[in-house]
Write a protein of this length. Structure first.
Length: 153
């Protein structure tokens, strides 16, 4: 838990490798009770998830929230579509960006903010394979520099 009362449940590292992330948005999620309990156990996978804008709604798709271990026959469906809670102006702005500029909406991280579950979604543009190699080279160079500085201290 950090200073702002945010406890990160899961983050999507694959999204930063596959996409160049621009704007980030925070949204609430419409969840069932057993989904919240499963999130408290950390049973979530964001890697295959994406956000679909249909009409005046934003819908989170293909995010896997595992079954709650103490659930009964009313346990939730693991990869069901979940409605994101965004303002209408934000949805309209995102829809324009996705249609005009060829961006995608990807989930970046899911976390508890106080007692609420929030998700951070990013407006990302897909990277080409040479961009992915270049970003991994930069990451390796930064790692080597930090190691050298650590030894020097």
């Amino acid at each position: 838990m950090d200073a702002k009362g945010i406890k990160v449940i899961a983050s999507n590292k694959k999204a930063f490798h596959e996409y160049t992330i621009g704007d980030k948005y925070e949204a609430g999620i419409a969840l069932q009770g057993t989904e919240v309990k499963a999130l408290r156990d950390g049973r979530v996978n964001l890697n295959d998830g994406w956000v679909d804008l249909s009409g005046d709604e934003a819908i989170l798709r293909e995010v896997h929230i595992g079954h709650y271990s103490h659930g009964n026959i009313f346990n939730h469906i693991e990869t069901r579509s979940r409605r994101l809670l965004l303002h209408a102006k934000e949805i309209a702005k995102l829809e324009r960006a996705v249609q005009e500029k060829g961006f995608s909406l990807v989930p970046l991280r899911i976390y508890f903010k106080g007692r609420y579950v929030k998700i951070e979604i990013g407006l990302g543009k897909g990277k080409k394979s040479h961009d992915k190699r270049e970003s991994s080279k930069e990451k390796d160079a930064k790692r080597e520099i930090s190691r050298a500085m650590k030894v020097r201290r």
